[in-house]
Structure formats: C-alpha cells, structure tokens
Design a protein around this ligand. Structure first.
Ligand SMILES: [Zn+2]
Length: 163
C-alpha cells in the first residue's frame, strides 16, 4: 500500500534526487521513497549511535585504567621479584647465604645438607640467639617495602573495583 506525499524541496535536492534515480535506474518516485526510508532509519538510529558512542568512550576509559593498573602491578611485581631473588642474610644454622625467596617462600635454608627452617629469622620478638646467621637489616627492609608496594596496589585495586 502506498500513499502520496507532496513536498516542496530546494532545487539542488530535487536535482540530487533526479541524479540518484538515473544512477539507480529507478523512477524518481521510487528513488525518493527509498531515500526517505533510509533517511528515517538513519534518524531513528541516531539515538542508539549516540548511546553506543557513549558506551565506547566509557569502555575506553575503563580499559585505560586497567592498563595503568596492570603497569603498576607489573613494575611492583618486578621490583618484588628482584628483591626476593637477591641475598638477604645468612642461615643461622650453617651460615649459607639465603635469599628473600628462601626466607619468605620456601622458609628453608637452600643448602641441601642443611635445610634448616628460617622462620627463626622472622621472630624479631624473641631473644636473639642466632649463632652465625642473621638477616641484613637493610636488604630485609627493602624486601618488605617491595612486598608492601605490591600489597598496597592490590588493596587499592580491590577498593576501586568495588566502586
Ligand atoms: Zn643452613
């Protein structure tokens, strides 16, 4: 079913419609009907396009935040990994050099013949009777600082994620 619209249009619009009809091999009437239909669809889509653009902008901002967080975590983790790999003191039982990893992760002397527990090194409250071993205070503090940085970022990230 079709109906008639009488509309007065500028000369250049009429000329463009004529050109379009010729190019498409259509009558002027069907060319105008098609163009009007497309125009109405485009006008209807404008709202959803604006909505999509807003969504893209929001997602872009979120992606940038995540990228920055990832970068901060990566560099904090690299600092911690470097600290845990470095020497931090000596075993109280055999005197072997121990790393942050030995102290915090395995908790044991890396010397296979010794393998003593290193938790005594973390007991700062008790009486100090460590024999030949001990922690390098400066190195240990640097390790704690690197650990604290990573922990801080993790806690901030959790807070930000909730909001
Ligand atoms: Zn040992």
């Amino acid at each position: 079913m079709s109906q008639t619209i009488y509309a007065r249009v500028p000369a250049d619009v009429k000329q463009a419609a004529d050109d379009y009809a010729v190019a498409q091999g259509k009558t002027l009437a069907s060319a105008v009907a098609e163009l009007l239909d497309r125009g109405l669809q485009a006008a209807g889509d404008e709202h959803s396009v604006a909505e999509l653009e807003r969504r893209v902008a929001t997602l872009g901002a979120e992606a940038e935040q995540l990228r920055q967080r990832d970068q901060a975590v990566s560099s904090a983790y690299a600092a911690l990994a470097q600290r845990t790999a470095g020497p931090i003191g000596t075993c109280p039982t055999c005197g072997s050099r121990i790393t942050g990893r030995d102290l915090l992760i395995s908790g044991q002397c890396p010397n296979a013949e010794c393998g003593a527990s290193l938790t005594v090194l973390l007991d700062t409250a008790g009486p100090k009777q460590l024999g030949k071993g001990g922690l390098n205070d400066g190195d240990f503090k640097m390790l704690l600082a690197a650990l604290g940085l990573l922990l801080g970022i993790a806690l901030i990230s959790q807070g930000a994620g909730g909001g």
